[in-house]
Design a protein around this ligand. Structure first.
Ligand SMILES: Cc1cc2nc3c(=O)[nH]c(=O)nc-3n(C[C@H](O)[C@H](O)[C@H](O)COP(=O)(O)O)c2cc1C
Length: 254
């Protein structure tokens, strides 16, 4: 394996293409921001980095409030639109047929259509050059109750959340395991049963990662997994069951 070194850059992906709503119920605005994240657990704190030229910058600076709304597959057009059009000359809620919904703790509205909306109150603003970082406390979390089961578990994988990576939007793929599964024997065995990973007791390995390594190839060489190859391969190899081959193809296309 060879790795090449690029000049310094912002290559930390995937990140959420968060839809930041701000303003008031009467005059709401949305801007898309990928430069956001969590900076503290207790109290829950976040940030969003915004260029001073954005219309939302002044609104958030003046009001000290914003909402981080996580977009889903059905919102991908809106997420992109709110990242290229300015609220200076466009009513993005109206254009994208989104609904401003009253927040519980702040005046800035949340987006009804987003399954997860974090109400945030700005506590500090730090300038670093291109962007100003709005440090904020998360003062309330709003979730769509249609993803809650009877026990109150929130099924996040059913929401179809988006990820943004290297200039492209993606949906989240398969659920590969819960937090800490790599060191929990029971959970590893459960994963094995679900045929997602191969469990070696001493050294657990995620099968699709092993494959990805094996299949790594220079970009100019045709892939043995090209469409032509997959179409012509009707008989499964002796090492894998038919079912498993299907999963391999799925992993490749993601
Ligand atoms: C996927 C995506 C991510 C973006 N991330 C940021 C960001 O983190 N910070 C920022 O200042 N602008 C970001 N932008 C650009 C703003 O969303 C864009 O300039 C928008 O039109 C600003 O809207 P406003 O003028 O109504 O505030 C992003 C755009 C896209 C499409």
């Amino acid at each position: 394996m060879t790795k090449i070194t690029w000049k310094a850059g912002t290559m930390l992906y995937p990140v959420p293409p968060a839809m930041i709503s701000c303003g008031t119920m009467e005059h709401p605005n949305i801007m898309t921001a990928a430069w956001t994240g969590i900076i503290n657990s207790e109290p829950p704190m976040t940030y969003v980095s915004i260029r001073p030229s954005r219309f939302s910058h002044k609104i958030i600076k003046d009001s000290g409030e914003f909402v981080i709304n996580l977009p889903t597959l059905s919102m991908v057009v809106a997420a992109d639109f709110c990242g290229v059009k300015s609220g200076r000359d466009t009513d993005k809620f109206k254009e994208m047929e989104l609904t401003p919904l009253k927040s519980s703790q702040i005046n800035a509205p949340q987006i009804l259509e987003s399954p997860i909306s974090l109400e945030c109150r700005v506590i500090d603003i730090k300038s670093f050059g291109s962007h100003d970082m709005f440090l904020a406390e998360i003062v309330a979390v709003n979730v769509d109750d249609k993803y809650l089961d009877n026990e109150g578990k929130f099924w996040i994988e059913k929401t179809g959340l988006l990820a943004f990576a290297h200039g492209h939007y993606f949906t989240l793929g398969r659920n590969l395991g819960s937090f800490g599964f790599s060191v929990n024997k029971n959970r590893l065995n459960m994963m094995k049963k679900m045929e997602k990973i191969e469990v070696k007791t001493k050294e657990p390995k995620i099968l699709i990662e092993k494959r990805a390594e094996k299949e790594a190839r220079p970009l100019n060489k045709p892939s043995k997994f090209s469409k032509k190859h997959i179409r012509s391969k009707t008989v499964p190899s002796s090492r894998h069951s038919n079912k498993f081959l299907g999963k391999t193809k799925f992993a490749k296309s993601n």
